[in-house]
Design a protein around this ligand. Sequence first.
Ligand code: HEC
Length: 417
Amino acid sequence: MVAGALAQSQAPVYCPDVAPILQTHCLACHRPGEIGPMALTSYAEARRSSVAIAAAVARRAMPPWFANPAVGHWANDPSLSTAEIHTLAAWAAAGAPAGRGGCQPSAQSKSIWNIAPPQAVITMPGAVSLPARGEVAYTYEIVPTGWRQDRWVQMAEARPSARSHVHHAVIYVRPPGSSWLKGAPVGVPFTAATLGVSRASLWTDADILLVYAPGSAPEAWTSNGGKTRGKLIPAGSDLVFQMHYTTDGHAAVDQTQLGLVFNPTPPDEQVLTLQLTNDHFVIPPGVSDFRLEAHGSLPGGATLLGFFPHMHLRGKRFEYNLIAADGKPRPLLDVRWNFFWQRSYLLAQPLPLKAGTVLQAVAWYDNSRANPHNPDPDVAVHWGDQTTDEMMVGFFDVAVARGLDKWKYFAERHPAQ
Ligand code: HEC
């Protein structure tokens, strides 16, 4: 009895021991309107889930994170320390005691945004109606900003309203004078078919503002190493939402919102999202370890900021490597692929790279029956938009001098390369 009472009194309590851990590591998803299956914002909610919490964190299933801990350090790694895992376990084992009270979730957790309160919220003007079944072609919507000045974006977050239907979204910046999607309607959803053009003709090299996929976290190109950074939206640009929707047996309507936080002054460096892509492949049926590779060299000096790998349901692993002068790959990121958790991995220490540096992306696929997500292990798989096709895209962000947009940066390429 006495020993039990003693253990109880020494056990961690919700306030002040547990609440701050949940606040920092869990509430981004476990609050009303977010993707977690239950809210953990109050003591009562946390107590109700205390045993499941202890179990999920002990397995390191929560918070979700897929990078091999032996490779790289990540600014956005949400993983708990061993001490925090012990605190949650001991709290649950002691019956989830309340403690002092006064641990209300902070104001930030009450906002719907995971970034700082946005200075601009851009909503797709036309809602997109999604059927209950079948494939939905890539759906585009052009949204004019109407901004008379260049704006520099420091943080960006996309919030689909029909979240479970969004396979991915890419938000592009279409500067004035661009010929991309010329003649397409503004402020209403359209597809290649409704425009009467081929899908290939909608291809673009426009700057990417943001990539959103299931489980992805918002982007923040904040200052680091004394340098401020941001992505440029030139005056008078349109934003183009490229939405890839999936169906799940229930009709839905989506109207994705984009929240933006601007740099207070033009940043020192400009962030560009580049990609290593391999779209020429056939993954044979039944093969469990199919390897694909893509590489490219940097046309100019740049600081590497982070990665965003993208594959579909047969994806298994994704690596980024730096190829040293001796040809040896130096690992930068190694992730276990989970289609339902597509995330960015932001380097804790941005990496300055010289012109000519070779970056390599390597992807592995499991097209066998052993892959529980495999839609069909009996077919050969090619590049394609739909989830049942495959992709191999290694997005990565670099910072370059302000004023170097993607085209100027690539025009820098040394003639000898
Ligand atoms: C990036 C979003 C995200 C974060 C951060 C996150 N969760 Fe989750 N959590 C989810 C989603 C989505 C699910 C349901 C799907 C799944 O299990 O993968 C889930 C499931 C769970 C479950 C299982 C519920 C059940 O019993 O089936 C528990 C428990 C849980 N989370 C606890 C936590 C705790 C504790 C933290 C912080 C230490 C945390 N989660 C952080 C998104 C998140």
